[in-house]
Ligand binder design. Structure first.
Ligand SMILES: Nc1nc2c(c(=O)[nH]1)N[C@H]1C(S)=C(S)[C@@H](COP(=O)(O)O)O[C@H]1N2
Ligand SMILES: [Mo]
Length: 203
């Protein structure tokens, strides 16, 4: 029996619904750290988030302003394209949808480019980043997000592979056309549905 088969069998033995684990993934309790480049550090008050592109009123938020907005605390499973999945992670933050309502999304805007520190980008369709659980997160399991996991603030979008969840997010840009972000230019799928195993370009 392969590692993956054993892992799936253990899941059933623990009474967890195996349908939650996408094909080709294994479940881990650990929280692996995955990113390209350095971990940024911010002086207090230095971090900001800009909403721009095809919106009527672009704006830039400080951390205090973000935290003053209504927050949600969803729990969901996350799936990395390098094959680990982690179940029941809980995040606190503001719905991307609420930020976009404040900015006034223009007719014709259909995609979002997430911009992170040091130039990391990832593209996502507008409906996928405006679900109930797609958030600009500042807490993980009730504590400030650690810098290695994207703190002070990252995107989390549960239903796509985790590379679509930019750590150290600094900008959300509304666009009419889809274009590839960092990993998408380097062979990863434009959409990234883990349950359809959309890992690479054209999957
Ligand atoms: N800014 C930035 N965000 C990023 C990445 C990155 O390289 N830079 N990697 C992505 C990938 S591939 C994954 S799997 C997750 C990993 O998040 P974690 O380190 O908190 O597990 O972050 C995503 N967000
Ligand atoms: Mo990943």
């Amino acid at each position: 029996m392969s590692f993956f088969e054993r892992n799936r069998k253990e899941l059933v033995e623990k009474g967890i619904d195996p349908a939650r684990l996408p094909p080709g993934q294994y479940l881990t309790d650990r929280f692996p750290v995955l990113h390209v480049g350095d971990v940024p550090t911010y002086a207090p008050g230095e971090w900001t988030l800009s909403v721009f592109g095809m919106v009527d009123s672009p704006f830039t938020l400080t951390m205090d302003e973000l935290k003053a907005m209504p927050s949600v605390k969803p729990t969901f499973d996350i799936h990395c394209v390098t094959k680990w999945s982690k179940f029941d992670t809980t995040w606190t933050g503001v719905r991307v949808r609420d930020l976009f309502e404040r900015a006034g999304v223009q007719k014709g805007a259909k995609f979002v480019m997430e911009h992170a520190e040091f130039g990391y980008t990832t593209n996502i369709p507008l409906p996928d980043i405006t679900t109930d659980d797609a958030i600009v997160a500042y807490q993980f399991e009730g504590e400030d997000i650690e810098p290695i996991h994207g703190g002070p603030v990252r995107i989390v979008v549960p239903h796509l592979y985790f590379w679509k969840s930019a750590k150290w997010v600094r900008g959300l840009e509304l666009r009419d056309k889809d274009s590839a972000g960092f990993w998408e230019r380097n062979g990863y799928n434009m959409y990234g549905d883990p349950f359809k195993e959309q890992r690479h370009t054209g999957d």
